[in-house]
Write a protein that binds this ligand. Sequence first.
Ligand SMILES: N[C@@H](CCC(=O)N[C@@H](CS)C(=O)NCC(=O)O)C(=O)O
Length: 202
Amino acid sequence: MTIILYELQPTRSARVRWTLLELGIPFESIEGRGREIFAMPELAQIHPMSKLPALRDSGRPLFESAAICTWLADSHPQAGLIAPSGTWARALHDQWTAFTLAEVEANLQHTARNLFIYSEEERVPAVYEQNAREAKRGLAVFDGALKGKTWLVEDRFSVTDIFVGYAVVWARVQGMTADLPNVTAYAERILARPLCPYGAMG
Ligand SMILES: N[C@@H](CCC(=O)N[C@@H](CS)C(=O)NCC(=O)O)C(=O)O
């Protein structure tokens, strides 16, 4: 089995890097090219929109950080980083990853695209406030879910925390978590994990 990860830190490829490190899987990294990585033909062969992260596992292409992290944890069950399919704990993993993407990250990403990817003429500054408000609604749900808990699923560290933790740390960098004590403490626990690469986010 050979794993090749296309990555650029501190993007969402950090989720995959961390999952691989937690699982102790050796992997080859395509990195250190700055934004030139997005123009690599071999990246386009994996991700139809040339986005990161992208992965080859024994030659097979896979994209979307949730799908990649879940697959890696599933295919190494002995590490206990994810509950098996068909269990309630696994349903909660699926719930929190979908919720993160739809209710928090989509809003953070829309603002980031306006700020860093769209040209000045294309930018719509009015969305910044709307996106922050919607992201905070999602983050408030996490604040409630984390009350009295250390980790999200079965109260033990899992790939769910690797996934959700990225969005929470991103929101924290944007100053959206200050009035959410449980989310703030969770972000600190995430950043304190020995293998966590999210410190590079700022
Ligand atoms: N939902 C995707 C997001 C992928 C994504 O947008 N990645 C960013 C880096 S964090 C990217 O490649 N941006 C380049 C672009 O939009 O052209 C995932 O979680 O993998």
